[in-house]
Design a protein around this ligand. Structure first.
Ligand SMILES: Cc1cc2nc3c(=O)[nH]c(=O)nc-3n(C[C@H](O)[C@H](O)[C@H](O)COP(=O)(O)O)c2cc1C
Length: 187
């Protein structure tokens, strides 16, 4: 079991051109990471293999976001999210993450892949406030309360979750085409 670092209030910045790729089994255990993953997190490739992807979990991340990601993946739907992660040093970094799934020859789910890039401060500042509120809701009423908070937040903006993300990121085109390339590599 990999050790959990002490979380520091220190941000790791990295080039927007660096794409972080990882692949897991259906339980979220890491099967593959690219070199950028190791460079940015500070973990060695061998250290990560077989570990749960939650090794990067940051306490500022609402459980409800991961609940949504897993629910979408098992429903066979690609999903995106803004994620704050902890590196081995304890420093944090924000990513815009695209998740997809791969299937075996029988059409059954086999692996999940994430494709992440640096999230700009304009995106993370807003999302951090939303996540703080979701975490407060979680403390009071669990994931359900947190999801309900998100639902009201989106309703007020008259947006779906995907529209909200697209609006924040405004680069969905680049994203999706790169994601397709990655999916080809892993299929
Ligand atoms: C392909 C893939 C990539 C993931 N990437 C991350 C990640 O970067 N950070 C993270 O905290 N969780 C990530 N997760 C979700 C984790 O598996 C886990 O659900 C999450 O960290 C919450 O863990 P916990 O419920 O054990 O606290 C990923 C899952 C998958 C399938």
């Amino acid at each position: 079991m990999i050790y959990r670092p002490i979380v520091l209030d220190e941000e790791i910045g990295f080039s927007k051109k660096k794409f972080i790729v990882s692949k897991t089994d259906l339980e979220g255990n890491i099967l593959f990471v690219n070199q950028n993953f190791c460079d940015i997190t500070g973990y060695e490739y061998e250290e990560l293999m077989g570990q749960s992807h939650s090794v990067l979990r940051h306490p500022d991340m609402p459980e409800a976001i991961f609940y949504m990601i897993w629910k979408s993946l098992f429903a066979g739907m690609e999903v995106s999210a803004i994620i704050k992660n902890v590196a081995k040093s304890g420093a944090y970094y924000w990513v815009i993450a695209d998740f997809s799934m791969q299937r075996n020859n029988y059409g059954e789910l086999e692996t999940f892949t994430s494709f992440k890039r640096a999230a700009p401060a304009t995106v993370t500042e807003e999302v951090a406030l939303l996540y703080q509120e979701m975490i407060s809701s979680e403390r009071r009423g669990g994931v359900e309360a947190s999801l309900q908070y998100l639902e009201i937040f989106l309703e007020e903006r008259q947006m779906s979750y995907n529209e909200y993300l697209e609006d924040l990121v405004k680069a969905k085109g680049i994203f999706s085409s790169l994601l397709k390339k990655v999916n080809k590599v892993f299929s």
